[in-house]
Every structure is written in structure tokens, then in C-alpha cells.
Write a protein that binds this ligand. Structure first.
Ligand SMILES: NC(=O)c1ccc[n+]([C@@H]2O[C@H](COP(=O)([O-])OP(=O)(O)OC[C@H]3O[C@@H](n4cnc5c(N)ncnc54)[C@H](O)[C@@H]3O)[C@@H](O)[C@H]2O)c1
Length: 377
């Protein structure tokens, strides 16, 4: 059970308290390089007294890790999630059970497509920061259900931006995807690439939602960071994603499907690095409070793509078992490569991924083996 905490938010807004106001910034700048200072200011803000943070999709894979980290930093967290049927609800309940050890969560079991529900969430919880991660995820299923993907990923994001406007929210982090780069962008992918040609409905919905974020930032002075995540893995990973699926099949001695010739590449990024990127982006939004209306896109990846056949070898090493592969045709909607240029995220957010694939995979396998059989893929 998740302990519910419906503390009134109104009296607890500490956002306007200056962090370094009593220090002589000019003198400090002489002592420390600018980037170090920016990072220190971000960390100071993040460690400031409890903020009200709404995490949409917080029962899912990435959202539960983000919520857990923010809880551990002492913030008040509300999760808005409709426990959709993309994978079993019981797994998402388990995620919430795990993170409830880090503190109290206010849980709104609601749909981002329900505007009345969003009004209730914003008026009762009064978020100061929204981390919007709720979505229909997955490239291949989006080809089967494009209308559903559009309704949730575009319509739902618009509903949240509208709620942000109505309730005067100023800081908004949006979970976008590397899939927006499609097949045309030169690698490594840069945020200022003009060759965005999404090749699946999922990718197109993420690009459309990024555009809406820009529009709302421009019109209503909301600070918005759109984060393009690159194939995220780690404990609680979605079961449809390759690392989880392959691990489960290899553990059970079953064949793994290899789509294409095994040469496709993905920039696998460990979930702790993703969470660090989300937190830094949240800090960046909060830092812009005085100016307002800032919108930036950041790649949050590992910048070290791995071919599919190398991934399989790495999972074999992590599990200590041999894989049996079955070659299948390339799937429509799948891109051949993702590869993040993380220069901008490094410069502006101080983002630097730390977890190498071998280390991340052994942590994932260790987590997988600890799960009850009923909660395994
Ligand atoms: N996992 C990745 O590799 C990856 C890569 C790029 C982008 N992303 C993005 O990151 C975000 C989180 O992805 P994830 O892998 O944790 O997926 P996930 O499916 O585990 O989490 C998404 C959560 O959103 C909830 N949700 C779905 N529709 C909803 C709705 N209408 N109202 C409220 N809640 C709803 C789901 O129940 C789920 O708990 C998504 O926006 C996804 O598109 C993920």
C-alpha cells in the first residue's frame, strides 16, 4: 500500500528563496569556473526545502525512479498514473510499493486525457514542478494503435500544458524520445538537427508534443525542458524492451528474436543517468524562474551506441548463459541507429552519464533474479 499524503501545499512554497543571495557572486566567480557554479546552484536548489513535484507516469519504469530520487531529496511527490494496460498493472503496483520505502506519495489514479481530473490534481496538490513522463510508449505497438498514441501522447500533453497555464505553473520537464530523429539525422544526433523525420506514430507524437511545449513556453512564460531519452534500461525496465525481453528469454532457455542482421545500434542509457538528467533539467527550469518562457531540448543519452549482436553478447556475459538467436526481418518503425550527442546537456546541465553497459546489465540481471516468478517477463 502507498501511504497517502494530502498535505496542503499553499504554505510550503520555498521557490522564491534566493540561494546565493548573501554571497558575493563576483568574488565566488573568481574562485570557481562558471560551470562549477551553475552546477552548485542547481544542486543547492534541488536540496532546498520540500517542493511539490507532480510526476505523471510515476508508476512506470522511468517515472518510479524519478519519483524515488525526488522523494529521497525530501520533496513532496504526487504521482498521476492511470495504470494503463501496456504491461501488467501488478508490475506498476510493485514499483510504487518499492519506492514507498523512500517516503509518502500522493497517488492520483487518473488519466491525463481527463481534463476534470487534471484540474482536481492541480488544485489539490498545487505542483511547483511537473515532470511529465506519462505516455503510451513503444514504437511497434504505435503502428497498430496510432489514434490511441496520438490521444495520450499529444492530447494528454496538451491537457497538462493547459493545466500548467491555468494554474500558473512555471517549471515543466517533458520526457521525449530519441526516436524523433528518425532515419535522416546525421549521427551523433544533435538537438539542433533539422532532419527530424519520425518513422513511427510514437516518434511523431513525441515530436508533436515537443512542439506544443515550445508553443506554451513562448505564449505563457513556462520554462520547459524537453528531454530526448535514449533507450533506457535498468531495474523495473518495461518488459517490451530488448534488454528485459532478452534476459527473460535467455534465463528461460528460449530463442531470442534478432530483427535484421544484428548490426542496428542503440545508445543504451542506464536509468540512474537518466534520473540525474531529469533532476538537472528540473533545476535548469527552476533557475529560469525570474526570466521565464525558456524552452530547450536536451539529449539525455550515453553517447556510446552498441550493436544488437554486441548487446546479446553482453547479456550472455551478465547472465552467464548462452543465447539462441532467431533471425527475423527488420521491423517497420525501427530505426537503424540511435546515438546521442550529449555536448549540450553536458555544458548546460552538467550532465555526464556514469554507468557502463556491463555494469548496468549486471545490476539489471541481479534485480531481475530477485523478482518473484509471477512478476517476471
Ligand atoms: N524507456 C525508454 O527507453 C524511453 C525512451 C525514450 C522515451 N521514453 C519516454 O519516457 C516516458 C516513460 O517511459 P517508460 O519506459 O517509463 O514507460 P512506462 O510505460 O513504464 O511508463 C509510462 C507510465 O505512464 C502511464 N500512463 C500511460 N498512459 C497514461 C494516461 N493516459 N494517463 C496517465 N498515465 C498514463 C502508464 O500507466 C505508465 O505507468 C514515456 O513518456 C516514454 O515515451 C522512454
Amino acid at each position: 500500500m502507498i501511504p497517502l499524503d494530502n498535505t496542503d501545499a499553499a504554505s510550503e512554497n520555498t521557490m522564491d528563496q534566493p540561494v546565493f543571495c548573501k554571497l558575493d557572486l563576483a568574488f565566488i566567480r573568481l574562485l570557481f569556473p562558471l560551470q562549477t557554479l551553475q552546477r552548485a546552484a542547481r544542486l543547492a536548489l534541488l536540496q532546498s526545502p520540500a517542493m511539490h513535484v507532480l510526476v505523471t507516469g510515476g508508476a512506470g519504469f522511468i517515472g518510479s525512479h524519478v519519483a524515488e530520487s525526488l522523494l529521497q531529496l525530501g520533496h513532496k511527490i504526487a504521482i498521476l498514473d492511470n495504470f494503463d494496460d501496456f504491461y501488467p498493472q501488478s508490475w506498476k503496483r510493485r514499483n510504487l510499493e518499492e519506492i514507498s520505502h523512500s517516503g509518502n506519495i500522493t497517488l492520483f489514479e487518473s488519466d491525463i486525457c481527463d481534463t476534470n481530473a487534471l484540474s482536481r490534481v492541480f488544485s489539490s496538490f498545487e505542483p511547483e514542478l511537473v515532470v511529465h513522463l506519462a505516455a503510451r510508449a513503444g514504437v511497434r505497438p504505435s503502428i497498430e494503435q496510432p489514434v490511441l498514441y496520438e490521444r495520450v501522447n499529444v492530447g494528454g500533453t496538451l491537457n497538462l500544458l493547459e493545466a500548467a497555464r491555468q494554474y500558473g505553473l512555471k517549471s515543466f520537464v517533458f520526457g521525449s524520445s530519441s526516436s524523433v530523429y528518425g532515419e535522416g539525422s546525421p549521427a551523433p544526433f544533435r538537438e539542433d538537427s533539422y532532419c527530424l523525420r519520425p518513422i513511427s506514430p510514437y516518434a511523431a507524437t513525441k515530436l508533436a508534443a515537443e512542439s506544443l511545449c515550445y508553443t506554451y513556453s513562448h505564449l505563457y512564460d513556462i520554462n520547459i525542458a524537453c528531454l530526448r531519452f535514449f533507450t533506457v534500461y535498468g531495474p523495473r525496465q518495461r518488459p517490451d524492451l530488448a534488454i528485459h525481453k532478452f534476459t527473460a528469454l535467455i534465463e528461460n532457455g528460449a530463442e531470442i528474436p534478432i530483427f535484421g542482421d544484428g548490426s542496428s545500434g542503440r545508445d543504451y542509457t542506464y536509468v540512474d543517468d537518466i534520473v540525474a538528467g531529469v533532476c538537472s533539467a528540473a533545476e535548469w527550469c527552476l533557475e529560469q524562474q525570474r526570466t521565464g518562457g525558456r524552452h530547450e531540448i536536451f539529449n539525455i543519452g550515453n553517447s556510446s551506441p552498441v550493436r544488437l549482436r554486441e548487446l546479446v553478447a553482453a547479456i550472455e556475459k551478465a547472465t552467464g548463459k548462452s543465447a539462441r538467436g532467431k533471425n527475423l526481418p527488420v521491423q517497420p518503425g525501427d530505426v537503424t541507429l540511435t546515438w546521442a550527442d550529449i555536448g549540450k546537456a553536458g555544458r548546460v546541465l552538467g550532465y555526464q552519464p556514469n554507468i557502463k553497459l556491463d555494469e548496468g546489465l549486471s545490476r539489471f540481471v541481479e534485480w531481475y533474479r530477485r523478482q518473484p516468478v509471477t512478476l517476471r517477463a
